[in-house]
Write a new protein. Structure first.
Ligand code: ATP
Ligand code: MG
Length: 492
């Protein structure tokens, strides 16, 4: 479902939320928020109070446990997720830049980035106050950030991220500012860039820099997952002993603030602290899955009727198949799978060079005949020496010598095709499996990546080593087994 026109009024009604990886710790508790369209709403609060979480809920990276989030009066969860994300520009706390040119890094902000023109990219960069810096680089917009990335300052990285968010001209802009102090000049530049982009759109700013909050901005103060104060800057400053007042005192680097940040880091890292000691450790039974699991399962299975769908099943559009996959990932283990050799089904469904593979198998079978037939011919050749008649000896030995030559030729040709075709077909298959696997991984909901068994390192290993093993299984291994069996039977 897509809204015909988007204003950008966002409402949180009694939202409670805990991260799926820590279900017993409330991160947000009974929150009510109104974010008015075309205005700037600011969220402040100490580190770990839940500000970035609010931004994640608006993007529907997670679903709330309780309550409803509305966009222009419609429930967020019924809206098409790709449409929704196209309406929202996000500059996250730690902007991610890709190993690509500056042009591409900005253009990626748009769904149809291949249609983006240099003019559009330049306009976005001008708004983000980074255009001048880019044009001074020797290669300008074609500078690769792979080499440059580390040389950019925090503020420059953020401004490139701002340009990326602006290029799609989003109705809603979310700016999650890093708490780490940027150097003063780039900090000012970032602020100027932000001023440029707030105009005419719903802007949500998460900041620790209270001094940049505008007089008319609506401010929400968060404390331990609850909204404790709301109002304009001047209203909040008038509350004696209020949270906002405390934050403005803590604004300069202060021991207490640092303790908060340390606390937050500890929480993120899962280091047990007194507060966190009741957090369950991940179950040791947590299943580590393999490429075969997630590819074959998806291809062969419709969800069992009894599948219980958790909140993940709210993803109703392009991610749906992956959610179902996730729900059913253990299905073959619990119910007996219909198909006994999932790898054969996988090959059938995903190998696109089957004819090549098939010819490779035939070559393997032919190659399997070579050894026993050769032994038979050689024995006959040696036998000819016992023939008393000289002429017959010569003609017979010539005949068998010719057979040996023929067998050598067949051996050469068949082993060439055996190795070349099996290797080629299985390598292409492995590449395809990697593409399919990667395509499915990037469609997973955010909560999937939070699970320890789906950590980046593990998922990458699956994509590289498991596909390599699958390749070897259908290439070398299958080839050798068939070769051995044929040799054995023919030999007998
Ligand atoms: N993916 C996650 N899984 C589990 N817990 C998380 C996750 N992300 C954040 N948290 C926890 O949720 C709480 C709120 O985090 P959040 O990132 O919203 O804080 P924040 O207000 O943005 O802090 P900061 O100002 O440091 O950015 C913290 O206790 C944090 O440890
Ligand atoms: Mg944050």
């Amino acid at each position: 479902f897509k809204l015909p026109k988007i204003e950008g009024n966002i409402d949180f009604n009694q939202i409670s939320f805990s991260y799926p990886s820590r279900p017993d710790t409330w991160v947000l508790r009974n929150i009510d928020i109104h974010i008015p369209a075309y205005q700037t709403t600011v969220f402040v609060g100490e580190s770990g109070s839940g500000k970035s979480t609010i931004a994640q809920l608006i993007q529907r990276l997670y679903e709330p446990d309780e309550g409803l989030i509305m966009l222009d009066g419609r429930e967020l969860r019924i809206l098409n997720i790709s449409w929704l994300r196209q309406q929202i520009g996000v500059v996250s706390q730690e902007p991610v830049l890709f190993d690509d040119t500056i042009f591409a890094n900005v253009a990626y902000g748009r769904a149809d980035y291949w249609n983006t023109t240099m003019e559009e990219v330049e306009d976005a960069c001008k708004l983000a106050c980074i255009h001048d810096f880019i044009t001074e680089l020797p290669q300008g917009y074609n500078t690769s950030l792979g080499d440059m990335g580390k040389k950019l300052s925090g503020g420059q990285r953020q401004r490139i991220a701002i340009a990326r968010a602006l290029i799609k001209d989003p109705a809603i802009l979310i700016l999650d500012e890093a708490s780490s102090a940027l150097d003063t000049t780039s900090d000012l530049m970032v602020q100027e860039a932000l001023e440029n982009c707030r105009k005419n759109r719903t802007t949500i700013v998460i900041t620790h820099q209270l001094k940049y909050i505008g007089d008319s901005d609506l401010v929400y103060v968060l404390h331990e997952g609850e909204i404790v104060e709301t109002g304009t800057k001047s209203q909040l400053l008038n509350i004696n002993n209020g949270y906002y007042n405390k934050l403005s005192v803590e604004h300069s680097p202060h021991p207490k603030r640092r303790t908060h940040e340390l606390d937050s880091i500890n929480k993120r890292l899962g280091t047990p602290t007194s507060l966190q000691s009741n957090i369950p450790t991940p179950s040791p039974k947590a299943k580590s899955f393999t490429t075969l699991d997630f590819l074959s399962v998806d291809l062969s299975i419709t969800p069992p009727p009894s599948a219980t769908f958790s909140r993940k099943s709210w993803y109703l559009d392009e991610s749906t198949d992956m959610d179902m996959l996730q729900e059913t990932a253990t299905y073959p283990k619990t119910k007996k799978p219909k198909f006994q050799f999932p790898i054969l089904k996988l090959i059938r469904d995903t190998m696109d060079s089957k004819p090549l593979y098939f010819v490779g198998l035939i070559a393997t079978i032919i190659n399997g005949f070579v050894m026993p037939v050769f032994s038979f011919v050689l024995a006959n050749l040696l036998n000819t020496y016992s023939i008393p008649d000289k002429d017959e000896l010569v003609s017979k030995s010539r005949e068998f010598a010719l057979y040996v030559l023929l067998i050598a030729a067949i051996n050469g040709i068949s082993s060439h095709f055996k190795y070349y075709l099996l290797e080629r077909a299985s390598e292409r298959w492995a590449v395809r499996l990697r593409h399919l696997g990667f395509g499915r991984i990037i469609r997973q909901p955010q909560s999937w990546f939070d699970k320890p068994e789906n950590a980046t390192g593990k998922v990458t290993t699956i994509l590289t080593t498991d596909t390599e093993s699958s390749k070897n299984l259908v290439g070398h291994f299958a080839g050798n087994v068939i070769f051995g069996m044929v040799s054995l039977f023919v030999g007998i």
